[in-house]
Design a binder for this molecule. Structure first.
Ligand SMILES: [Ca+2]
Ligand SMILES: [Ca+2]
Length: 322
């Protein structure tokens, strides 16, 4: 019974130590074998001593001693056989465990190898990702630098535009002030023009040569009439407008010899060429300006002539600005 407990414990201990200490398995098995041999020897000694301590050696006992020794030899042989069988079983278990351990180590190495390969692939992938990210980082840094440069340029342009805006604003304010001044002047001049227009009219020349009455009609159709000249200043001014012979608003059509303006006022001051009016041929009732400019004695203040009213002349029209 003591041998059975020892063997089981030893086997149990051997089983659990085996997985972690493979190098010690063989030496442990040898030790166990020696221990079993010692236990067998102890059993033989105990059996012999038991026989010696009884003290009751009978004659029949001596006769049976040969048979007992035979049985003891058979038991020892059986015990040795059982022990050898157990050792074989133990070795078989050891071999199986060794095989399992080697297989486990092989699987572990294979798994480790796969893990290392996956780890290397992961490292390579991470390295590639790191390279890509670094490239993107450099690109972003370049873009950032470019954008920063553009930002500075735009800020400079914005500052320049702002300065230009201030200058334009000042110019606008100045021009607006000048505009107001000019509008004020225009208003003033408009008032002055209206005042002056009550004293003077404005003048224009008819577009084609016609008789005195047709030329007058031309002027009347446009809101005016043939010009009336009642001052030396106006005579000089009208003479400066044209070099050709033109009709003015003076005639003696109604009463021969009595010159009358188109507003029915009488002639008080005339600017006749020397020798005029002469009513040449008895048929000269309408007055023209600039007659015989080439003739000696002609001047802006001496340029009128009485002419036949059917002669074709342009007329100088005067239109009041009222
Ligand atoms: Ca006449
Ligand atoms: Ca004449």
């Amino acid at each position: 019974m003591a041998m059975g407990v020892s063997f089981s414990d030893t086997l149990y201990a051997h089983y659990h130590k085996k997985s972690s200490h493979h190098s010690k398995d063989y030496s442990s098995s040898v030790k166990m074998y020696d221990k079993i041999q010692e236990q067998i020897m102890d059993l033989e000694v105990i059996h012999d001593s038991d026989g010696d301590t009884t003290g009751f050696r009978t004659t029949s006992y001596r006769q049976d001693k040969g048979k007992d020794q035979q049985c003891r030899g058979s038991r020892c042989l059986a015990l040795i056989t059982v022990s050898l069988g157990l050792i074989c079983v133990l070795l078989l278990v050891f071999i199986i465990l060794q095989h399992i351990t080697i297989t486990a180590e092989r699987d572990m190495r294979k798994s480790y190898k796969n893990t290392v390969e996956e780890f290397n692939q992961t490292i390579n992938s991470l390295q590639n990702n790191y390279t890509d990210l670094m490239n993107e980082k450099h690109q972003l840094q370049n873009n950032f630098s470019s954008l920063s440069q553009k930002k500075l340029e735009l800020e400079t342009k914005a500052k320049d535009l702002n300065d230009a805006k201030d200058i334009l604003q000042r110019s606008f304010d100045s021009l607006n002030k000048k505009k107001l001044e000019l509008e004020s002047k225009v208003t003033y001049l408009d008032e002055e023009l209206k005042k002056e227009s009550t004293k003077r009219g404005w003048f224009f020349l008819s577009n084609e040569e016609k008789s005195w009455s047709d030329s007058r009609q031309y002027c009347r159709d446009r809101g005016g009439d043939l010009v009336i000249i009642k001052s030396e200043e106006k005579q000089r001014f009208i003479s400066s407008l044209t070099m050709e012979k033109v009709w003015i608003g003076l005639s003696d059509t109604v009463h021969e010899g009595k010159m009358t303006w188109v507003d029915d006022s009488p002639l008080n001051q005339g600017f006749w060429l020397k020798g005029e009016p002469n009513s040449y041929g008895g048929n000269e009732d309408c007055i023209e300006l600039n007659y015989k400019r080439e003739q000696p004695g002609w001047s802006p203040l001496n340029s009128w002539n009485d002419q036949s009213c059917s002669e074709k002349r342009k007329g100088i029209c005067e239109k009041s600005l009222k």
